[in-house]
Write a protein that binds this ligand. Structure first.
Ligand SMILES: Nc1ncnc2c1ncn2[C@@H]1O[C@H](COP(=O)(O)OP(=O)(O)O)[C@@H](O)[C@H]1O
Ligand SMILES: [Mg+2]
Length: 587
């Protein structure tokens, strides 16, 4: 079930989706986790209990084994229980972590798939993918944060216990603790900026390297390897300097507290000896004190070490979530019915549209009768693509309405609207899957025969059968292994298979050579037969046989009519036609 809205805050999102269906596992894990945490308090006490056995005398007739056995049994059975908790904790975590990470990624991926075009324009797929990963990682950061909170609780309990034995040592602990926190707090900012610097200069370098590698053909063509090396050298230098600095600050962060810690340990030992000599400390208490010292200091180091990273991860998760979870601005009305297209009449009524602040369409009116074909012509930027984007409801008009067979496209479900439209863009993109899968995309139940028939009608069957694995040839990233014309024909085959009543072509022939174009032109005409068709083209020759040609400028229609009439009229279209046909007005 896909989600159409997401909670406003990251916390709400985690609460609602991260743990969905996994609460049981999480609760068991949390209980086991708390038991394991208790070990930090229990262990020094066990040492103290054991050593204190040697400070007492067994009752008459009792040997040492009998005397010590109950204590040893208590200690060992508790430790075994804790081992069991460790196992339970590991098993439950192994079960929930991959599932929850995946669930977060699934909900978000699904949500952005439903995002409107305005979301996608200006965002890169790669970045969205890493933002989704940040949100997954953020959940683990919360878990780590809880671990740290647990560790902190253990410290407080231990220091409290020490306080009851001897206040001096507690004071030393408190001093080291406060020092560590203050020192960490002071270094946090320089450390953060050093590591941000390092990662920034690293990603700048990575970007430059990727850019350089992606343009390998230009590099080869211009023998540019040496100049690329020089070009990258500076960025490499900056990256090295920033990383050296970052490592340095981090090491500093560790080194100084270690010195303080060791000195504090010396002071603790002296104090223990001094108190022991005055009979105010038992050996078992000395053991307890040193044991707690190591566990407390280790825990403090871990907390101070991990908390900045955790805070950082949560920050990235929150920022990423806020960018991903923006409300979808083109949505279905509640219980929107499916679009019915018995005829295929399209009407644009007083349509106004702007991107940001600039009006692209102004009071645009156009009616296309069922089965009619209309060619859209106009300088680039005239608003032709915008018009078809509105018809497919990638955006909603600011004012006015668009009707298909009398139904406002805002009132019907987007899925049904797009099922009714076959769209062939200027540069069709392909999935890195087989040709057959690409043709059948969106028609999951198409048979191989139907796929082949569609390819034959799109004049694609020939080249497909000549390729390596025929219909099972993988087309490469974005279809890179196919030529522009071949991709175009796969897209036409897609449209044939989709068999939608409305057909839209957006400069679909502009990337083709003349020969391919002629072949594809025939496929287009076959495809357009009996369908309401809107074709945008720069090459006017492709539009000659359209029922009507509409010439646009600055979001308005400036003339329309058949090719013949427009040529005879001697207006804008005639001027363009004359230019393209080398000065001869052909007829
Ligand atoms: N996503 C967008 N955001 C902002 N402006 C856009 C966007 N898409 C197109 N435009 C602007 O809208 C105008 C019309 O674009 P378009 O409809 O693509 O023109 P055409 O297809 O006729 O060449 C252009 O000036 C273009 O810069
Ligand atoms: Mg365009």
């Amino acid at each position: 079930m896909s989600e159409k809205t997401l909670p406003k805050s990251l916390w709400g999102f985690y609460f609602k989706y991260a743990a969905r269906n996994h609460w049981g596992l999480l609760v068991v894990w949390a209980l086991a986790f708390m038991c394991v945490m208790a070990e930090g308090v229990l262990f020094p006490n066990f040492q103290r209990m054991f050593i204190s056995l040697f400070e007492k005398t067994p009752a008459a007739g009792q040997n040492l084994v009998q005397f010590a056995l109950p204590t040893i049994l208590i200690i060992v059975s508790t430790l075994l229980l804790l081992d069991l908790c460790v196992i339970v904790r590991s098993i439950t975590r192994a079960r929930w972590q991959p599932r929850i990470e995946n669930q977060i990624s699934e909900v978000l991926t699904d949500y952005v798939q439903h995002q409107s075009m305005s979301f996608w324009s200006g965002r890169m797929a790669g970045k969205i993918n890493s933002q989704i990963n940040y949100v997954s990682a953020g959940f683990l950061a919360i878990v780590n944060f809880m671990e740290m909170a647990g560790a902190l609780a253990v410290i407080f309990v231990n220091v409290g216990l020490i306080l009851s034995i001897n206040a001096y040592v507690a004071i030393i602990f408190a001093f080291v603790f406060v020092f560590r926190i203050v020192y960490g707090g002071l270094l946090l900012r320089p450390m953060g900026s050093a590591s941000k610097n390092a990662s920034d200069s690293n990603s700048r370098l990575a970007g430059k390297i990727v850019d350089s590698l992606a343009n390998f053909s230009v590099v080869k063509l211009f023998s540019g390897a040496e100049s690329e090396r020089r070009y990258l050298k500076q960025a490499r230098g900056q990256s090295i300097a920033a990383r050296v600095h970052s490592y340095f600050v981090q090491r500093l962060f560790w080194a100084v507290p270690n010195l303080v810690w060791d000195i504090a340990f010396g002071a603790t030992m002296i104090l223990c000896v001094w108190l022991f000599m005055r009979g105010r400390l038992l050996v078992s208490e000395v053991v307890f004190t040193t044991s707690v010292f190591f566990s407390v200091m280790g825990t403090i180091s871990r907390i101070v070490d991990q908390v900045p990273a955790i805070v950082d991860m949560l920050g990235s998760a929150k920022k990423s979530y806020d960018e991903l979870a923006v409300p979808i601005d083109v949505t279905d009305a509640p219980n929107a019915p499916a679009l019915q297209v018995p005829h295929g009449k399209i009407e644009f009524k007083n349509v106004w549209f702007k991107y940001n602040k600039r009006w692209i369409l102004r009071d645009f009116n156009l009616t296309i009768e069922p089965g009619q074909s209309v060619g859209l012509v106009g300088a680039s930027g005239a608003g032709k693509t915008t018009l078809v984007n509105l018809l497919m409801r990638f955006y909603d008009p600011t004012r006015g309405e668009i009707l298909i067979d009398g139904q406002n496209i805002r009132d019907v479900s987007q899925d049904s609207l797009r099922r009714a439209i076959a769209f062939i863009p200027q540069e069709p993109t392909m999935f890195n899957r087989t040709i057959a899968e690409n043709i059948a995309y969106g028609c999951a139940d198409a048979t191989p025969d139907q796929i082949r028939a569609a390819a034959v009608r799109a004049a694609a069957d020939g080249f497909i059968r000549r390729s390596e694995n025929g219909y099972d040839t993988i087309v490469g990233d974005r279809g890179i292994k196919l030529s522009g014309g071949q991709r175009q024909r796969v897209a036409i085959a897609r449209a044939f298979l989709k068999n939608a009543p409305i057909l839209i072509l957006d400069e679909a022939t502009s990337a083709l050579d003349s020969e391919t174009e002629t072949a594809i032109q025939r496929s287009f005409e076959a495809l357009a037969h009996n369908r309401t068709t809107i074709a945008i083209a720069h090459r006017l020759s492709t539009l000659r046989n359209m029922n009507r040609i509409v010439v646009m400028r600055h979001g308005r229609i400036i003339e329309q009519g058949s090719h013949r009439r427009l040529v005879r009229r001697g207006g804008e279209y005639a001027r363009l036609w004359k230019m393209q046909s080398g000065g001869f007005i052909q007829e």
